[in-house]
Design a protein around this ligand. Sequence first.
Ligand code: GAF
Length: 378
Amino acid sequence: MSTVADAFATRHGAAPTGVWFAPGRVNLIGEHTDYNDGFVLPFALPHRAVVAAAPAAGGRSRVRSVQEPGAPVEFSAASVVPGEVPGWAAYVAGTCWAFREAGYPVGEVELELDSDVPVGAGLSSSAAVECAVGVALAGLAGADVDPTTLARIARRAENEFVGAPTGGMDQMASMHGRAGRLVFLDTRGDTVELVPFDLPAHDLELLVVDTRAPHAHASGEYGARRADCEAAAAALGVPALRDAGPDDLPRIADERIRRRARHIVTENARVVETVRLLSGGADPRAIGPLLDASHTSMRDDFEITVPHVDVAVEAARDGGATGARMTGGGFGGCVIALVEADGAAAVTASVREAFAQRGWAEPVVFPGTPSDGAGRLA
Ligand code: GAF
């Protein structure tokens, strides 16, 4: 990852002022609960977006990305507004805009961007870019901005500049992640508690299976689930589904809306139970049934899974996983599987075999290791 600093130095004849990073994330449990004022339990991945940056001379900012070769995208960080910068650079320009809107000084910048967070896999590659740019802007401005404020700035870029109606989990995970820890986030008030997650001590591993099924939550389905949740909260007369319990569900007349609400209500309870088990020092194998139940709920009640992820979950279990579920926004992306360390190869083989039988592209499997959140590298 020093390559991005080297590329900057070669191009500009001087080293960048600094190099900052922010990671992608895996969500252990708590899906689509974040925009319902609920609970989530993600962790930061070792995969990161890295930004080399320095103040720019003249009235324009320029951003280049290793993943998007070609001419730099230019805009004015001091005046850019939503709608001005399309495509990948919107995550960068949007963060400049949101940082400025939050009242911090933003000068023009030269930015070189690199990332090894898989794109379109539901691992928050966009939040990683936003948060990396956010910590870079704070560093360049010499501003001491706390991680939750930066996460909210990054989310605003995603919601109001890029136009994706997401919750705030991904940016909070990217900012607050810590090696060996889960980020237990109560999205009502954005309070964070770090929960120990030491799988090697129990001879366990968490496998991440990138099914490589295409996923796009900016497209209609994510927004449709949000609308269903809002309809459910309105039917119950509560501010958000966070405030509903299982006994309230029969009061929702519409069958589909009731199922959507049931997913959120039961998923919140599963997050709380997972935290209770792990914080209490339980054997992590005890969370396996909660992971399984989460997947079933996403498949049948929330209807956000697709054949690739359902097959990966089934095959992981057939191969010996203690629990498995889709992670992230859905409609493709990744599956996680809790496995015995000496059984990881068998689970991987089982998933690969199931995909090969169907003529699907080979999934990419890697260990999910809780890692540090955003910061400065150099
Ligand atoms: C996506 C969104 F960006 C998050 O806010 C969250 O809603 C997630 O889907 C589903 O849990 O990653």
